[in-house]
Design a protein. Structure first.
Length: 276
């Protein structure tokens, strides 16, 4: 019998007038203010806990893959140590797990749920409670040009590359606001997502919001610990119909979370992953 929980996932609703969806994000002291021209709508559905069945879900088939890989890095309060030490360790790990020839991290986010504390710096952000994909195709290609030398980027773009997030808990098991991932085999990539422009004061990015589809099959692993991680595919340049291109994901309220469970803490690295 499947281990299922019933909960609500917030899906995107594109602008009714057909215009491009946008969302402005600007820092204002300790908060991130957002204005947007599209909406969210909650849908009640079931999410399956696949603990013990993780091997059935791989990066190319489902769009995500779970591993048990301890890290030597235990403290995530020093930005320089994260970039100088954790990035190097996890970059080698991604190469080992995927067979990639080159890994370039372009940012990371630490999420610590703190009730009463508004969304703020990259060190205090709350879990994202809406179905989304971090990068569109255009944004993924732009990232290569942004983060690789001009002499390297054109050649790298001739070969397969991916945008992959490496997500793991920090310090305590994730029982509160766990991460749900949508099996790519249940996704229609042409109709289930719409691009959203992220408008910052000095730049613009683009993500996908996810529209509701009753065929979606959502999965999670209950009680992930810091020795466990999940690779989340956000983009794949290989689009021949045989591999997952991206993975919708979101934090969700788990009705099985025990009272007094530790508050969610996690770190996600975002990487450009290249293959020869």
């Amino acid at each position: 019998m499947a281990d299922l929980v019933t909960t609500t996932i917030n899906y995107g609703v594109p602008p009714l007038d057909g215009t491009r969806a946008w969302q402005s994000i600007h820092a204002c002291s300790d908060i991130r203010v957002r204005d947007k021209n599209w909406d969210l709508r909650g849908e009640e559905l079931q999410i399956e806990n696949i603990r013990g069945k993780e091997q059935s879900f791989t990066l190319d088939i489902a769009g995500f893959q779970f591993y048990v890989r301890p890290t030597k890095f235990k403290t995530f309060d020093d930005e320089e140590k994260i970039k100088n030490d954790y990035y190097v360790e996890q970059g080698e790990l991604i190469k080992e797990l995927t067979g990639a020839s080159k890994v370039v991290f372009f940012d990371h986010t630490i999420r610590r749920n703190r009730p009463g504390v508004l969304d703020a710096s990259p060190h205090k952000r709350r879990p994202v409670q809406q179905a989304h994909v971090d990068q569109t195709t255009a944004a993924s290609v732009a990232r290569v040009h942004q983060h690789l030398p001009p002499a390297e980027a054109p050649e790298l773009l001739k070969h397969r590359f991916q945008v992959i997030n490496l997500w793991r808990p920090i310090d305590v098991p994730v029982l509160e606001w766990p991460l749900a991932l949508c099996d790519y085999r249940s996704v229609d990539p042409k109709t289930d997502v719409f691009p959203v422009a992220l408008v910052y004061p000095d730049r613009e990015g683009e993500t996908f919001s996810v529209k509701h589809n009753p065929n979606h099959q959502w999965k999670y692993v209950r009680g992930m610990i810091p020795d466990e991680l999940v690779l989340i595919k956000c983009f794949d340049s290989k689009q021949d119909g045989n591999v997952a291109i991206f993975t919708p994901h979101t934090a969700f309220k788990d009705p099985t979370t025990p009272e007094g469970a530790p508050l969610r803490q996690s770190i996600e690295l975002r990487a450009l992953v290249f293959y020869d």
